[in-house]
Ligand binder design. Structure first.
Ligand code: SAM
Length: 224
């Protein structure tokens, strides 16, 4: 999602109490419990766009903490504006950053789960590493996810979805659940929250794919 650059968006974001400033976000590594003031499990959405999904998750789940990540200021600003209308939410913060930097901002096993919704497809082979479900990104998630943590990924893009399933298997992740038609899958639709892109594509009649993956960690294999 590339919105028109909004002049001043970077400065406005820097002033927001809901955005952890870029200059200090790496200091929070391993200390997100202190940031939220509780030890609730922490969930991250990478590439959240305008933030509808993660904001609704935060509303529905006050027992969890949420951090939404977005690369572009003009897009993040939309999420911040929506966040400002819900000051009663105490469990939702945002970061303007590239998801590549996740392991520098979150510590080992600090995340209970990661959501990826309608991630950019990067169709050219030479850009495969930029896809948020590439093996390079899965290795980053591996560093910050709790042992039993899951990555949940939704997309309308069948090619990207098939690539993602392959990357997960090649990287030793287990596909716990998978559908090529989420909106007709009663089990996987339970508790579904529509993202902005999901609404747009499903209205156009496009089937939505979803997978939930976790790492293969046989009991005791990592010495735990
Ligand atoms: N998740 C939203 C949804 O489902 O409606 C937005 C989907 S939009 C296609 C993808 C978003 O991910 C864009 O806002 C883009 O700026 C952001 N994004 C892409 N690559 C990113 C990265 N490496 N780190 C952080 N955000 C990223």
């Amino acid at each position: 999602m590339r919105l028109r650059n909004i002049p001043g968006s970077r400065e406005e974001i820097a002033r927001s109490r809901y955005v952890i400033h870029e200059d200090v976000m790496k200091e929070k590594r391993g200390r997100w419990k202190e940031v939220f003031g509780n030890d609730h499990p922490l969930y991250i959405e990478a590439g959240m766009g305008k933030g509808r999904f993660i904001t609704e998750m935060a509303v529905r789940h006050p027992e969890y903490n949420f951090v939404g990540i977005e690369k572009y200021s003009s897009v993040l600003l939309r999420a911040v504006k929506k966040r400002e209308e819900q000051p009663e939410l105490e469990n939702l913060l945002f970061l303007r950053m590239d998801a590549e930097e996740l392991p520098e901002v979150f510590g080992t096993e600090e995340a209970a789960g990661i959501y990826l919704n309608f991630s950019d497809p990067w169709p050219k082979d030479r850009h495969a590493k930029r896809r948020l479900t590439s093996r390079e990104f899965l290795a980053r998630y591996d560093k910050i996810l709790a042992k039993d943590g899951r990555v949940e990924f939704k997309t309308d893009n069948r090619g990207l979805f098939e690539f993602s399933l392959e990357e997960a298997k090649e990287s030793g992740w287990i596909v716990e659940a998978c559908t090529f038609d989420l909106h007709n899958d009663e089990e996987m639709m339970r508790e579904n929250i529509m993202t902005e892109y999901e609404e747009r594509f499903s209205r156009m009649g496009e089937p939505i794919c979803k997978m939930i993956i976790r790492r293969e960690r046989p009991f005791g294999a990592d010495g735990a």
